[in-house]
Design a protein around this ligand. Structure first.
Ligand code: DGT
Ligand code: CA
Ligand code: ZN
Length: 582
């Protein structure tokens, strides 16, 4: 049970009540409740489970009871009963981007739309366009959203699968018959989205581990169950495949099931050149070859070395030059989480964050960081409660005062005063140069007018990247994984502008974004552009997003020296031209 699950359930109840045409006050109470659950600063899940919600503003008695039932039993009878009143296909409509409860209600009532399939038919036939409040444009937007959803169905964000995968691995490792357990496949290669998860264990008792695995509470459906492998579904719909091999086979199996397919093909070619065949279990001497017998491989490194290659980190295994580099001893020494000394792009309650300056700073100190950049939204992002000039100046003073306090307390830590300033439609910035000059650094991002033509968007970003006060570009392409395509922009041209003006490009670590995409970093670095790994944290716990950023940075071949926030505080102060706090 998570905070998000509690809030989503209340939100869904509100939608269903709305579809039923219930009293708006009641509906509002559920919406407020959902928001309260999300915003509550303490451990709301435990409080709900233990029935200790009394006195929390925004949660009436009825909601307290429902949250208690949900958190303590895992289900809510009221919610189930409500759901049963509607056709199950209706719930698919909630996943279509741009379809809110009002539109769903209208479609359901006027056209009996009760599934995505039916909705597509009626959009294509023109019936939806004639509904009051819809029109041609809305109908074609809905069609676009439906095909986007189809294209991405069966995909999961890395950030959404990481917690369950790590929990399953931990449980497997604790199993007395498990010798080794690792994730393989696209998850281990740190792809930003995955189709399924591949787990691998080595054991002397494969059947026992496989039987145990499918019987765990995380299994909602068994797809296949054999003596050495099983496939199951988690409640999220994610498919997890588990394979059990012997300890002697583990290294070859791990390489094989980690992939990618293309990397495997290249490895097999290399093995063949040396007189071997490589499959998922072993490296064997090829018939007719006089190559010596292969040893038992202790681990993957041993296998790679035997093939004349340096160890290749899983993130790099996409057959995009890593095998050649491993042969030449030219693989990059990849960045690690422990190399980060600070971050730049984070929010507070001043705009749309959930925690105060002080709370964010304390969490960063706790993580061992030496500096934390605060970049709240600027005034044009009014939907995110962006700061105007006056509020930003007062935040700058607040930051200075806090920094003095850290200094007095002997804490080696500095909050950097920044802004995530909106790049306006024409590429100009939301604040004037004078105010930008009062900041320690500036992140410039696009948050509106995302449907410009490619040439207009490219011009817009180049203009921002060329602005002397802009330190870095935030989430350069605006993509939201599995939800929104990147906007049309000529990325190489923007990279050139950044190279020319010394502008850094962010790798936004929010698992919905992971933007700039890993596929561009090798090129950016070759042009001399530096990366900033930024969590874009809106809450203290989102500073942990840094670990996803690191995974994707490694996938982009980034080294410590390619990333500005591996500099220590003194290095950053020098780079930004700041005087040390005194
Ligand atoms: P995805 O689609 O996100 O699940 O991506 P992967 O890479 O995890 O793909 P998956 O789950 O189909 O297979 C896991 C690994 O197993 C894959 O990366 C390489 C290996 N593999 C699977 N099928 C083949 C194959 O036909 N040939 C070779 N060489 N390797 C394969
Ligand atoms: Ca997979
Ligand atoms: Zn932003």
């Amino acid at each position: 049970m998570t905070r998000e699950h509690l809030a989503d359930t209340l939100e869904e109840i509100a939608l269903l009540l709305e579809l039923k045409g219930e009293n708006p006050f009641k509906i509002r109470a559920y919406r407020t409740g959902a928001e309260t659950v999300l915003q509550f600063p303490g451990d709301i899940v435990s409080l709900a489970r233990d029935g200790k919600l009394e006195g929390i503003k925004g949660l009436g008695e009825a909601l307290q009871q429902k949250l208690h039932e949900l958190a303590s039993t895992g289900a809510l009878a009221f919610h189930e009963k409500l759901k049963a009143e509607f056709p199950p296909g209706l719930f698919e409509l909630f996943d279509i981007q741009g379809l809110g409860p009002k539109k769903i209600k209208a479609l359901y009532e006027s056209l009996a739309v009760d599934s995505v399939a039916r909705l597509r038919e009626l959009c294509e036939s023109g019936a939806v366009a004639t509904l009051p409040g819809f029109g041609e444009k809305t109908a074609s937007k809905i069609l676009e959203a439906i095909s986007f959803r189809e294209k991405n169905s069966g995909s999961f964000r890395l950030g959404d699968v990481a917690a369950p995968v790590e929990a399953m691995l931990e449980a497997l490792r604790e199993h007395p018959d498990c010798l080794r357990a690792e994730a393989a496949g696209s998850y281990r290669r740190s792809k930003e989205t995955v189709h399924d998860v591949d787990l691998l264990v080595s054991t002397g008792k494969p059947e026992k581990i496989i039987d145990w695995f499918v019987a765990q509470p995380w299994t909602v459906r068994v797809i296949a169950h054999g003596p050495t492998k099983a496939s199951i579904n988690l409640s999220s719909g994610l498919q997890v495949d588990l394979r059990a091999v012997s300890n002697a086979e583990f290294a070859c199996a791990l390489v094989y099931f980690t992939g990618s397919k293309e990397h495997n093909v290249a490895l097999r070619g290399r093995a063949a050149d040396l007189g071997y065949t490589l499959n998922e279990y072993r490296l064997a001497v090829r018939e007719g070859s006089d190559a010596p017998e292969a040893p038992l491989f202790e681990d993957e490194g041993h296998l790679y070395r035997f093939l004349g290659l340096d160890y290749i980190a899983p993130e790099l295994r996409e057959n995009s030059g890593e095998i050649e580099a491993a042969e030449e001893g030219d693989l990059p020494r990849l960045i690690e989480l422990a190399n980060l000394r600070g971050t730049f792009h984070n929010h507070t309650v001043a705009s749309d964050g959930r925690n105060t300056l002080e709370e964010m700073a304390e969490a960063a100190i706790e993580l061992g960081l030496q500096y934390l950049g605060i970049a709240d939204h600027s005034k044009s992002s009014f939907q995110a409660n962006g700061l105007d000039e006056k509020r930003l100046r007062s935040q700058i003073s607040e930051i200075r005062a806090l920094n003095l306090r850290f200094r007095e307390e002997g804490t080696r830590f500095r909050i950097l005063a920044g802004s995530e300033v909106d790049i306006l439609k024409d590429g100009s910035l939301d604040f004037d140069d004078e105010l930008l000059g009062e900041l320690d650094y500036v992140v410039a991002s696009v948050h509106n007018a995302m449907t410009l033509s490619e040439s207009a968007m490219t011009e817009r970003l180049i203009r921002a990247a060329s602005h002397p006060k802009v330190t870095m570009l935030g989430h350069l392409t605006g993509r939201l994984l599995l939800e929104r395509e990147p906007y049309a922009v000529d990325i190489p041209s923007v990279i050139e502008a950044c190279a020319e003006h010394g502008t850094v490009i962010e790798l936004n670590c929010n698992p919905w974004r992971l933007d700039l995409d890993w596929r561009w970093w090798k090129h950016a670095v070759s042009r001399g552009v530096k990366c900033a790994i930024n969590p874009d944290a809106h809450r203290v716990d989102q500073l942990d997003y840094l670990s996803f950023g690191i995974r994707l940075a490694r996938k982009g071949w980034l080294r410590r020296e390619d990333v500005v926030n591996t500099l220590d505080l003194a290095g950053i102060e020098e780079w930004l031209g700041l005087f040390p706090i005194e």
